[in-house]
Design a binder for this molecule. Sequence first.
Ligand code: F6R
Length: 261
Amino acid sequence: MEAIIRPDKESAALLVARIIARELRSNHSLVLGLATGRTMEAVYRILARLHREEGLDFSLARTFNLDEYVGLSPEDAQSYRYYMNQRLFSQVNLDPRNTHLPNGLAANLEDECHGYEQKIERCGGIDLQLLGIGQAGHIGFNEPLSALRSRTRVKALSPATIEQNAAFFGGAQNVPRRAITMGVGTILECNRCVLLATGASKAEVIAKAVEGPITSMISATALQWHARCTVVVDEAAASKLQAADYYRWIFANEPEWEEFR
Ligand code: F6R
């Protein structure tokens, strides 16, 4: 794992967008794993700008989102399909047939989860997985105690996650109770993952995810197993990292990051 600290929210999102753009330019048919949430909005805004202004080409890319609420239709403004259509898919030249999210309305949710795994496999696996982190440490909707080898499945949302998303639904009572999510094991199989976290509210969980012991209580800690995981944070989210100076030193000296400094 490596941790990169950027001065603010915008420059952290810019770095993540530029990592994605670099991967896409070197592999036009990239299989890109995507996340939703407030943090990712800035990344998608920047990717849309790179498409408009620099011709960043998504025409051959394939995408797989981490998760979707059970019971919401793609037209529901709170569904993740809707979020993705608005913020990225309609803003770049992705072929809609190449964009994938679990279907939260599937009659047989178990088959849907299994089929989702198969689709990822048929595409050759995920090249780059974008991740956010919940305040209680989930990646995707892998809530506390999610098995570290779990696959795509239906998960009950924790009270903390319901609270975190209550504002979008006009109150906690309206937040769906379940979601389909890629498992921790599914995520760990991607070639590369990039986790973005910004703001002081993420400082504590980032310190645990990066420097704490691996535990199923905080699914993000499993990323310490991953051979190629980059965690990008702003100063606020980095404020509880013990070894921040070391991470800054790596970023300043590692040749891979030269074009991003
Ligand atoms: C959403 C997802 C979640 C979010 C996380 C952070 O697809 O996978 O894990 O990334 O809950 O959400 P925000 O960015 O709203 O704090």
